[in-house]
Design a protein around this ligand. Structure first.
Ligand SMILES: [Zn+2]
Length: 256
């Protein structure tokens, strides 16, 4: 049930064909887990809060550094040294007081992941390293929670939606590859990809439109092109296949 203020606030999306107050109520009752409040996490959290998602659970153990500010748009000069989740929660609450923000300053690992995703309807993968992404992927599969993947490198970004048991997973895609080091990133790249992740979450929650499943969307900001790579679930996948286990095997080079 929406209040008069909510009807007015969200009117321009409620009047979208197929959205309606039913769609808005679905957003209102959802809790979304945002793993990482860096470039992708900031850029995904803003449209999700603005659209009226009921609860956002932000998880990040990092503090804001000067070198974050070219792309992590919820963190400003005054926030340097503050926990990212505190800085992001403060701005999001000002943006939309109707969205409840949970700020959890923890490093995601095997020990806490089950507790962190508890009660969440979707997971936004806004991380910067593959090992933790694989942990998110495994947890999403085990708990049947949709995973919205995003990754960035320089001018290039990627996005993929994973529906457990229905579409190719992150392990199908990257097969255990791990690379290290600082990734170059232009601020607009996570802005584009984070917004695409948010759009996918909203589409999933409202049931509007086909999702970005089994096709990796590749954004090339240098040539200003979008393209798609077709995927299919790998039946030998160690995370989503019938023989799924937690084992890891090295694979080809992949983005972080
Ligand atoms: Zn898989």
């Amino acid at each position: 049930m929406l209040t008069p203020a909510e009807r007015e606030r969200y009117n321009r999306q409620i009047i979208i064909d197929g959205f309606g107050e039913v769609g808005q109520s679905k957003l209102k009752s959802a809790r979304i887990f945002i793993a990482g409040v860096g470039g992708l996490g900031c850029s995904a959290a803003i449209p999700l809060a603005a659209a009226g998602v009921g609860k956002l659970r932000l998880v990040d153990f990092d503090t804001v550094e000067l070198s974050n500010l070219n792309r992590q748009v919820l963190h400003w000069d005054k926030d340097i040294g503050r926990p990212k989740v505190v800085s992001a929660a403060e701005k999001l609450r000002q943006m939309n007081p109707l969205t409840e923000i949970e700020a959890i300053p923890e490093k995601i690992d095997e020990a806490n992941i089950a507790r962190l995703v508890e009660g969440c309807d979707a997971i936004v993968d806004a991380l910067d390293n593959l090992p933790t992404r694989y942990l998110l992927n495994k947890t999403a599969l085990e708990r049947n929670i949709p995973l919205f993947h995003g990754a960035v490198h320089g001018f290039e970004g990627r996005a993929l939606t994973i529906l457990p048991g229905k579409s190719a997973c992150l392990w199908c895609l990257y097969r255990g590859a791990v690379i290290e080091g600082n990734v170059p990133v232009l601020g607009v790249t996570p802005a584009v990809i984070g917004c695409i992740q948010a759009a996918e979450v909203i589409k999933y929650l409202t049931g509007i439109g086909p999702l970005l499943t089994d096709r990796l969307l590749v954004y090339d900001g240098r040539g200003m092109k979008f393209s798609e790579i077709k995927l299919k679930p790998n039946r030998f996948c160690e995370q989503c296949g019938p023989e799924a286990s937690s084992g890891q095997t090295p694979g080809a080079a992949a983005p972080r």
